[in-house]
Design a protein around this ligand. Structure first.
Ligand code: SF4
Ligand code: SF4
Length: 374
């Protein structure tokens, strides 16, 4: 209980300071940079003053047209932005991109470096225990420090927009593109070890005896919902050619305690409450990254987790796997690598060392016939 209160306290404290920072940031920008309209009005005032001084009454007619000109000029000012800034602003999702595209890219490269590191750590029992540290670092750095901006989900959407011919900064697609080979060689360690969105849900989860949506049927329905939402997301991107998800992203609300619309708040509370009783509900029901990275497990020689001949059907791994990638019925124990987040819990808990990493091949099986073991 004390642990939960402590986590909630840290959560609230960092959120409030983030919110305060946001207000200070906005005020500083306002004070430092007068808007173009303000600049134009100021120059008009100076012009008017000069004309009054010179008593050039004949030019009054020109003043009457100033308002009209002013609105025309406002439009012109829109085009006055330097080319570089214009490029940066296209499909810009958050203020962190103001820091410059090279710093943004450097930040992404660090994240990818730690993802590869996690891919190595999960293979060694002694290093596997550091997963919680990776997850906390993900929450603190990518979540609270960066205010969940940029978000990996924007990266996959940007990639899609780029494919359909939108003018997108290629740097914003690097995050997701690099996760494809990393997942191929190390498994979905991004989800299990680094992602701040997944980590937040994981820490909120309270493993109680009351299990909600735990049955195989419910899990299947959640997977179907995720696929449907993915199709809707693609259709929305095709139709609007803009990233609208950002406006309702519950994680932006979670890490900034700020939203511009009611839907975002509703989704945030839904995510918050469901995460208490369902392990990673957003990952299971919504996230397009988890879905697409899961498909990589189908590619030949991809890194997968599997049970071997030493399995004694004791069901310890079934209980260890909170994401329900390992399921069993009377006949089979199945390991669904599309759902596996490479957390390594099953590898640690299995005392027979019957679970290990493999390269996906035709002879490798995700299914163990329990009757043959007895
Ligand atoms: S499924 Fe999505 S939200 Fe969940 S851990 Fe993976 S990338 Fe993050
Ligand atoms: S099968 Fe489950 S417990 Fe094992 S590594 Fe994958 S997600 Fe973790």
């Amino acid at each position: 209980m004390r642990k939960i209160i402590f986590i909630l306290f840290v959560f609230l404290f960092v959120n409030i300071s983030n919110f305060a920072n946001e207000i200070i940031y906005q005020d500083t920008i306002k004070q430092a940079k007068p808007t173009k309209k303000e600049q134009f009005e100021k120059s008009n005032l100076e012009k008017n003053k000069k004309l009054n001084d010179d008593e050039e009454f004949d030019e009054f007619e020109e003043f009457e047209n100033l308002d009209e000109k002013s609105s025309q000029n406002d439009d012109e000012f829109e085009n006055l932005e330097p080319e570089e800034n214009k490029e940066l602003n296209s499909n810009k999702q958050c203020k962190n991109m103001d820091e410059g595209i090279s710093d943004y890219l450097l930040w992404i490269l660090w994240i990818l470096f730690f993802t590869v590191m996690a891919g190595v750590f999960v293979r060694f029992e002694i290093l596997r225990n550091t997963r919680a540290i990776f997850l906390i670092a993900g929450i603190l750095l990518m979540g609270f420090y960066r205010g969940a901006c940029p978000c990996p989900i924007s990266s996959i959407q940007n990639l899609f927009l780029w494919i359909i011919g939108e003018d997108i900064n290629w740097q914003t697609t690097v995050w997701f593109l690099a996760l494809i080979p990393i997942t191929y060689f190390f498994g979905k360690v991004w989800c299990g070890w680094i992602c701040h969105l997944g980590a937040l849900q994981e820490f909120l989860f309270l493993p109680t005896k009351v299990k909600i949506l735990h049955s195989e049927k419910s899990q299947k329905i959640m997977r179907i919902i995720r696929k449907i939402l993915f199709v809707i997301l693609i259709i929305q991107l095709l139709m609007t050619r803009t990233i609208l998800f950002d406006k309702i992203d519950p994680f932006k609300v979670a890490f900034n305690l700020f939203a511009t619309n009611t839907t975002a708040w509703i989704l945030f509370f839904l995510m918050l409450i469901s995460s208490l009783f369902i392990y990673r509900p957003f990952c299971k029901t919504v996230c397009p990254i988890g879905l697409v990275l899961g498909w990589i497990a189908k590619i030949p020689f991809a890194s997968v987790i599997g049970q071997n001949g030493d399995c004694r059907a004791c069901s310890i791994c079934n209980n260890a796997c909170k994401i329900r990638a390992i399921t069993r019925d009377d006949k089979f124990s199945k390991l669904d690598n599309q759902e596996c987040i490479a957390c390594g819990e099953c590898l640690t808990d299995c005392k027979k060392n019957a679970i290990s990493f493999y390269k996906k091949t035709k002879i490798h099986s995700d299914k163990i016939d329990l009757k043959k073991l007895n």
